[in-house]
Design a protein around this ligand. Structure first.
Ligand SMILES: Cc1cc2nc3c(=O)[nH]c(=O)nc-3n(C[C@H](O)[C@H](O)[C@H](O)COP(=O)(O)OP(=O)(O)OC[C@H]3O[C@@H](n4cnc5c(N)ncnc54)[C@H](O)[C@@H]3O)c2cc1C
Length: 414
């Protein structure tokens, strides 16, 4: 049975970053990964380009984790977006912020981010064992006993960085929650988040691929408006996606109604009045030509007329008040009923996880099991799109390493 100072379970961004910083103080660190290679999800991130963090002030990050941002404050402020950018740039990978604030490596390659992390692990002497799923963990007075498919290891301190349950093909299949259960560490209910929405009888399937910048939309439940949003929206074959929808999906339930506006911020009454005046001024024009004056793609223009039961070639002088009312409603508040948020296979992150009140969020150590630490998505934290999830994984990974350093120093260990 091999003995380590620190074992880290799961070689995603949180585990790799924690291992790098934990080993910096001379500890012997083992990083165990179930897949054949580390960082499978990191490689997919940002469609392979890796939106690693977001530009701007750290205090602005806090609102991007639902109502859990305040818990992340110590981690985010102990290792900021600027520190993350500096970390990679000092190791030879320059970063670049887009106008919208998203930060990517200049090379636009997630593989380059992973390569830096792996090189740094090697430089720091982190021992990485891949293709070795951890099957069980037990805790005794002297630390942890970790059983994998190949061996059993012991360590004084252990970090769980197994990620969530989304995109299970990348290795994150919720094992960390199971380990927590066996160790008596509370876990909240989990659900897919940052997920596309499946829409009942979605009428725009043939328009899949059309996207809308900063589309206003509202969410309704049992006849009541529950939230208002504005963000980029994409039509898919089965419903709605795009960053605006993904970010809102955290709080969307089956049977919720999404009302989409295809005419920007114009409210229904305003649009109705605007449409009426254009129709009045251009009596011999076709209604479709009037509609083309709004930011509605041509194929959607025709579809909206059809759904509103208005012939393609209808002229304004035959455009009835009822037809106008129907068209205005469909252009400003198009109703789409959610069958279900997409499942774990398509969700970018997992909502819920290790309960935050069971963790000292200043050190990332369990309040229940001494020497047990957490970092990354296994925690009950999910961020918006835009680099917030990777920043949380890196910041919590760093803070866990710092917490461990302090603990080992107090105990006089390396
Ligand atoms: C398609 C996609 C695109 C994304 N794009 C972005 C983006 O651009 N920006 C952003 O901020 N976020 C993005 N995310 C989210 C981000 O990738 C995750 O939040 C982040 O990877 C979480 O890091 P982690 O280290 O906590 O977990 P993970 O990256 O999930 O890593 C956990 C690791 O633990 C391993 N593991 C699990 N169980 C065991 C076990 N029993 N034994 C050993 N190892 C185990 C897994 O195999 C995995 O390698 C994206 C997610 C997806 C799915």
């Amino acid at each position: 049975m091999e003995q380590y100072d620190i074992s880290v379970i799961g070689a995603g961004p949180a585990g790799l970053f924690c291992a790098i910083h934990a080993s910096a103080h001379g500890s012997r660190v083992l990083l165990i990964e179930k897949m054949d290679e580390p960082g499978k999800k990191l490689l997919l991130s940002g469609t392979g380009q890796c939106n690693i963090t977001h530009a701007g002030e750290m205090r602005d990050f806090l609102s991007h984790y639902g109502d859990h941002g305040k818990w992340l404050k110590p981690a985010l402020f102990s290792f900021t977006n600027k520190a993350l950018i500096a970390f990679f740039e000092e190791l030879g990978l320059p970063m670049q912020a887009e106008e919208n604030g998203k930060v990517f490596p200049k090379t636009r390659q997630s593989a380059d981010v992973l390569a830096v992390l792996l090189k740094e692990c090697k430089a720091k002497g982190v021992e990485i064992r891949c293709g070795e799923p951890v099957a069980g963990i037990s805790h005794q007075d002297k630390g942890f006993e970790i059983t994998t498919s190949r061996a059993t290891y012991r360590s004084a301190v252990m970090v769980i960085t197994t990620g969530g349950s989304s995109y299970p093909k990348t290795g994150s299949t919720g094992d960390g929650y199971r380990f927590c259960e066996s160790l008596g560490q509370p876990v909240t209910e989990i659900a897919p988040a940052l997920t596309p929405l499946l829409i009942r009888n979605f009428p725009f399937a043939a328009l899949a691929g059309i996207s809308f910048e900063q589309m206003p939309f509202t969410v309704w439940r049992s006849g009541k408006k529950v939230s208002e949003h504005k963000g980029d929206v994409l039509f898919t074959h089965l419903g709605l996606s795009g960053p605006g929808i993904l970010d809102a999906s955290r709080n969307i339930l089956p049977d919720d109604l999404i009302k989409l506006s295809f005419v920007g911020t114009m409210k229904r009454e305003e649009f109705t009045a605007d449409l009426a005046s254009r129709v009045q001024e251009n009596r011999t024009w076709q209604v479709s030509t009037i509609l083309a004056a709004y930011p509605i793609p041509e194929r959607l223009n025709r579809k909206l007329l059809k759904i509103s039961d208005i012939p393609d070639d209808l002229k304004c002088n035959h455009f009835s008040a009822e037809q106008r009312t129907r068209l205005a409603a469909n252009c400003t508040e198009f109703p789409s009923t959610v069958t279900a948020p997409g499942g774990y296979a398509v969700a970018m992150v997992t909502r819920g996880g290790v309960a935050l009140d069971g963790v000292n969020m200043k050190t990332m150590e369990s309040k229940i099991v001494p020497g047990l630490y957490f970092a990354g998505e296994v925690l009950d934290i999910d961020g918006d799109t835009g680099g917030y999830n990777l920043q949380a994984a890196f910041s919590t990974g760093y803070l866990a390493a710092e917490g461990i350093r302090k603990r080992l120093e107090e105990k006089g260990l390396p």
